[in-house]
Ligand binder design. Structure first.
Ligand SMILES: NC(=O)C1=CN([C@@H]2O[C@H](COP(=O)(O)OP(=O)(O)OC[C@H]3O[C@@H](n4cnc5c(N)ncnc54)[C@H](OP(=O)(O)O)[C@@H]3O)[C@@H](O)[C@H]2O)C=CC1
Ligand SMILES: O=C(O)CCC(=O)C(=O)O
Ligand SMILES: [Mg+2]
Length: 587
């Protein structure tokens, strides 16, 4: 069969790149690939929904001009067995933005993954997979609404690079000989061998994209996920390069998690993103038990693949797990799930994953109004319990509909949406409120936050209470006592005197120097009963050294300083509690 001639839709215009920015016309030509298995069913339903949202949002002023491209089984039929024709590859680049259905990959042999080939050929180096909860979707979690993360998965290297040698093959024998004889590596005979390349270039550009996303979207943190304790020079290096990018390229916008506690007492400074890291196995537990601790996750290829399906399961499953493969500009959006072959052509599965991949695509175009229309209409349909089979089997009283039936219900909801701006406002407000509550918890009890985050405290900065209250020495003691009672604290920091010396006035000072001395607190100035100079310890003082200072000076609390100014307080009770909770590792 001769290869088909593909023609661009006549009324559409191509997206262009100018000064390193995408220029999106009101009538862009976007590519779509139906894909294999369930691909055609979900694609048909989603195209109608996206078009309806664009029409409702812009009243005809904007319109997508779709162009079908071919990969996988459909391409093989049209291009004489070629499953990834050059014409498709070229057009995906030329059109800049496209969306695709899933493509089949045989297991244990046969051709290599087309999905991986596409990502590598077009250098779509970041796989972006947001996972958030929509009200009404069935979930195995008690609080699925706490899940709101965006996974940035490196998309071009790691064990997906395809550098693999089959057991017994001549290539494998060559590599085996090199590793055993020259590198003195020890492993069983006849191993299949795979190479895991992780480069500074690949790691850094992925983390750079994740941090930039966090900045642009006002997210709170970026967590580097790695198994660097075991694979030190690949996964451990990914972590180190990640911190390096944050420090060297985004120093103005980022702080580390260590600094969040040691310098800022858990209070996230305005406009700063926290960079942290977690080992890959524990992140699976943490994402189940404390998902609200995480925001943007930067991962290598394999960890991100596993993690994206696992987290999707927390908010309804892979039926609602969108994604995108993005280079600097060229982007191919796609669902996280595969071809689910047993459901092919049954008009049965959930179109949610591809649908929300399209929502991401609309956002990528800058068509936020159309994107929000879908995101806001979706939970309203789910609330009516109108769902596909996968949600229906987890819900009581569900009205099970087909793929296309769900598309119809969503379109009706979009077309009927009247209070759109109010819904957007409510969503923004809810996100802001959650953020505030998290911060209040961190500041009030940094130790609890530490436990929750899976970190172990080592320094006074890690456990200090950061909201110090200070007072002038010229204030009368009576007033100071009211202040202490009001804030439930047993000491006040006394502002520097004429010699620049800070002091502290404690409950014990009041008891011994005022009450025991039979003086009236109303007629004595704070300066008269202040202990000076204030015993301050630097923020990075170890807990061991802190206790030595307390013991040597016979004091029960120390004030923590940074750059000569007090920033927090640590009492012997805080140290006791820390050791009781975390145990003690002798220095
Ligand atoms: N990017 C891509 O194109 C991807 C392609 N693949 C390829 O897809 C093929 C099949 O892979 P497989 O491991 O079975 O994974 P799939 O994701 O295709 O399917 C696994 C199961 O997930 C559920 N599921 C998947 N999609 C939906 C949906 N839209 N709505 C509701 N439920 C859904 C179904 O669960 P249940 O049976 O419980 O109903 C299905 O049986 C393989 O060839 C694989 O390589 C896999 C992942 C990504
Ligand atoms: O390429 C494939 O067949 C599977 C890819 C995959 O699982 C993914 O990208 O999440
Ligand atoms: Mg996968």
């Amino acid at each position: 069969m001769p290869a088909p001639t593909l023609t661009l839709p006549v009324n559409g215009q191509k997206i262009t790149i100018k000064d390193n920015k995408m220029v999106v016309p009101d009538n862009p030509i976007l590519g779509y690939i139906e894909g294999d298995g369930i691909g055609p069913d979900i694609t048909k339903a989603c195209l109608r929904v996206w078009d309806a949202a664009v029409e409702k949002a812009y009243g005809g002023k904007r319109k997508i001009h779709w162009m079908e491209l071919f990969m996988g089984e459909k391409a093989a039929q049209m291009y004489d067995g070629n499953i990834f024709p050059d014409a498709t590859r070229d057009l995906l680049k030329e059109l800049v933005v496209s969306i695709k259905g899933p493509l089949t990959t045989p297991v244990g042999g046969g051709f290599r993954s087309l999905n991986v080939a596409l990502r590598q050929d077009l250098d779509l180096y970041s796989c972006v997979r947001p996972v958030r909860y929509y009200q009404g979707v069935p979930s195995p979690l008690r609080h699925p609404e706490l899940v709101d993360v965006v996974i940035f998965r490196e998309n071009t290297e790691d064990v997906y690079a395809g550098i693999e040698y089959q057991s017994g093959s001549p290539e494998m024998r060559k590599v085996e000989k090199f590793l055993k004889e020259e590198m003195k590596a020890k492993f069983f005979d006849d191993c299949g061998l795979g190479i895991k390349p992780i480069s500074p270039f690949g790691s850094k550009r992925l983390v750079r994209k994740a941090i930039q996303y966090a900045i642009d979207n006002h997210r709170e943190s970026v967590t580097l996920v790695h198994k660097g304790n075991i694979m030190k020079y690949t996964e451990g290096a990914f972590r180190n390069w990640g911190y390096e990018v944050a420090r060297e390229e985004f120093g103005e916008y980022t702080i580390t998690e260590e600094e969040l506690y040691s310098k800022f007492g858990g209070k996230q400074p305005e406009g700063k993103i926290v960079i942290k890291d977690r080992i890959a196995d524990i992140i699976f537990q943490l994402m189940l038990l404390r998902p609200d601790e995480f925001d943007v996750l930067a991962t290598m290829n394999l960890n991100g693949d596993y993690l994206s399906d696992a987290i999707a399961a927390e908010v309804g499953g892979v039926g609602i797990a969108p994604g995108a493969n993005i280079s600097d500009h060229v982007a191919v959006f796609e669902a996280t799930h595969g071809t689910a072959p047993k459901y092919a052509n049954l008009d049965k599965v959930n179109p949610g994953s591809l649908l929300f991949s399209g929502v991401m695509m609309l956002e990528y175009l800058g068509w936020k109004e159309a994107a929000d229309l879908i995101s806001l209409a979706y939970p309203q349909v789910i609330e009516q319990k109108v769902v596909t089979y996968d949600f229906a089997r987890q819900m009581d009283g569900a009205v099970e509909v087909s793929t296309s039936g769900f598309g119809d219900a969503l379109i009706a909801q979009i077309q009927g949406t009247a209070n759109f701006e109010e819904l957007r406002r409510q969503r923004r407000q809810a996100v802001e409120q959650e953020r505030k509550e998290r911060e209040e918890k961190r500041v009030a009890d940094p130790q609890a936050a530490m436990v929750a985050s899976g970190r172990t405290p080592h320094t006074v900065g890690d456990i200090m209470i950061a909201n110090l209250i200070s007072i002038d020495g010229s204030t009368v003691v009576e007033e100071a006592m009211h202040l202490m009672r009001k804030h439930h604290i047993s000491s006040l920091i006394v502002n520097p005197d004429a010699d620049g010396k800070w002091g502290i006035m404690t409950q014990k000072d009041v008891l011994t120097k005022i009450i025991h001395a039979n003086r009236s607190p109303a007629s004595v100035k704070v300066a008269e009963v202040t202990t000076k100079p204030l015993q301050m310890v630097p923020v990075d003082t170890s807990l061991h050294d802190c206790v030595s200072i307390m013991t040597d000076n016979n004091i029960r609390r120390v004030v923590v300083e940074k750059d000569g100014a007090p920033i927090g307080i640590v009492s012997d009770t805080d140290v006791f509690r820390t050791v009781e909770e975390f145990g003690w590792i002798p220095e």
